[in-house]
Ligand binder design. Structure first.
Ligand code: VAH
Length: 316
């Protein structure tokens, strides 16, 4: 990877991925693109790009001399359930353009899948790398189709496609939009701002989660991995922890003892969460390219609260 083009650069992952890639590969070697320009990072190359415009994507990648495309633009699960056709067209249209442009220009290709690619008939605990995938959300359908399409481009055209199945990602830079796991981000902001949080996900609803620094390192590591060691290609299961709302609240209360959580369930996002695994098995990523997560719930909670303005203090 030397010259990297990123789509969806202003999204929850994209905004921090740009910073990570520019620190690793050089500011001028990372072209950030997004459908909007408001809030665009100004320290390096940026272009407006609607990923459903394949011709413009091709022109930008060619003119930049990109050898790698990281395709991050997609509609997340909750938003996709509100606008399923828009989600299908954006998620699959953008992905097809990304694969075609990468194939035409001989680029390495990355796009993330998600635990959302699993459904209610998937084994819920220690979900294997290869298992039944019958998601019941449009987001999940587009993610499974995307995994299969990326594998097709690898087997049919030899395109170097790679990807991971991300769990819920937690960060303090760009707030996520339209996801089901967003509660695990919002709870930290509300803990600092209000000292309390009303969760739209019910107690005892376990989901896989990961702190953003571990997610960004996983992207770099899978892309830099020796291809000869890869048995799988796309959609490696990666996760750092699995928790339910009362556990993240307890981790916050170790720093803010007065913090309170209560519940007002959103049936749409609860149904999505119920259809996903409780915990997935990342052993293929560990054995094939050395995946590791550095943050557990306690370490992530302390870092999030401090970064969001809590004075570093001894835990209670
Ligand atoms: C979502 N944050 O909630 C995303 C992610 C596993 C969840 O794909 O839709």
């Amino acid at each position: 990877m030397k010259k990297i083009m990123v789509t969806g650069a202003l999204g929850q992952i994209g905004s921090e991925l740009i910073e990570k890639l520019r620190s690793e590969y050089g500011v001028d070697n990372v072209l950030a693109t997004d459908i909007r320009s408001i809030g665009a990072m100004t320290d390096g190359p940026f272009e407006v790009l609607d990923v459903t415009d394949g011709r413009k994507m091709h022109t930008l990648a060619k003119d930049f001399g990109a050898d790698t495309l990281m395709h991050m633009a997609a509609l997340l699960s909750a938003k996709a359930e509100k606008e399923p056709l828009l989600a299908w067209n954006l998620n699959m249209g953008g992905l097809t353009n990304g694969l075609e442009v990468s194939h035409e220009l001989g680029m390495q290709f990355f796009t993330p899948s998600s635990i959302g690619a699993f459904g209610p008939s998937t084994p819920k605990k220690a979900t294997p790398q290869e298992t039944l995938q019958r998601p019941t959300t449009m987001y999940g359908v587009s993610k499974v189709a995307g995994e299969l399409l990326c594998d097709y481009y690898f087997h049919k055209f030899g395109l170097d496609t790679r990807g991971v199945r991300f769990p819920g990602l937690i960060s303090y830079v760009a707030k996520p939009g339209g996801g089901t796991t967003d509660y695990a981000v919002d709870i930290y902001y509300k803990a600092i701002q209000k000292g309390k949080y009303t969760s739209y996900i019910a107690e005892d609803t376990y989901m896989d989660m990961m702190y953003m620094p571990d997610a960004l390192q996983a992207i770099v590591d899978v892309m830099e991995a020796d291809p000869a060691k890869l048995i799988h290609r796309n959609a490696f299961n990666v996760t750092a922890m699995s928790f339910e709302p009362s556990q993240i609240a307890a981790a916050i209360q170790k720093h803010i003892p007065s913090f309170k959580i209560d519940y007002d369930i959103d049936p749409v996002r609860q149904a999505i969460a119920d259809s996903w695994p409780d915990s997935i098995d990342p052993s293929a990523a560990i054995s094939e390219w050395g995946f590791k997560a550095c943050y557990d719930l306690a370490a992530m909670t302390e870092d999030m609260l401090v970064k969001l303005g809590m004075k570093p203090q001894a835990s209670y």
